[in-house]
Design a binder for this molecule. Sequence first.
Ligand code: GLP
Length: 263
Amino acid sequence: MRVIIQDDYQKMSLWAANYIAEKINAHKEDRPFVLGLPTGSSPIGVYQELIKMNKAGKVSFANVVTFNMDEYVGLPHEHDQSYWYFMHDNFFDHLVDMKAENINILDGMTDDPEGECKRYEEKIASYGGIDLFMGGIGVDGHLAFNEPFTSLTSRTGVRDLTTDTRIVNSRFFGNDPEKVPSQALSVGIGTVTDAKEVLVLISGHNKARAMAAVVEGNVSQKWTCSALQMHNAAIIACDEAACGELMVDTYKYFLDIERKERI
Ligand code: GLP
């Protein structure tokens, strides 16, 4: 696993955006570049940098197909907290050459959730899998909506949200956890780790415990993001604040080995 430590959120975002743009630009195959994407506050800076690069002609999304990680059950597209709305509002609507038909987001309003999740997995497979899956994590280490004790081999499916996650996400729902949907459709940990590369963003003091668990802890379903340790091309891009619970030696090791990546 690589851990790229930057001074702050802005530099973490710039580094990750540059990395993604380089991967898209280096993709010379006929088939599209397949990019997995998250929502949340962690990726907003990356989206802003990618939008700038796209408008400046430095990266094109014309040959990019995207698959989002997750979606709340029961929120229609036009609900401003649906992940469909978030992705269009924060990213897709600002790109000059993203094709609507290349955007894939699980349908949280479907009356056949199991079928929807099965079709999602099949569609990912039809493109030859995901080239690069970007993600964020929750304070309890959840990746997508794979809460603690979700199987590390899980596939796309319906997930119950923990009370803790509903409390954390209630900041977007008038601070009322009851207004946060109790279920979501989510890719599985196995779906994420099947990607050729995984890039996870970890920012802020409130993620420091999860960061230490992913980097230094055991591979465990208690911290579902720890499955990244078993991936042969996983990168964590983080800021200094997220490193607060790492051992000094761990922190120094990654600063040293990745010193060329420091912005
Ligand atoms: C939600 C999403 C996750 C996301 C997490 C962290 O629970 N399902 O995919 O990583 O929030 O969000 P934030 O980046 O806002 O801390």
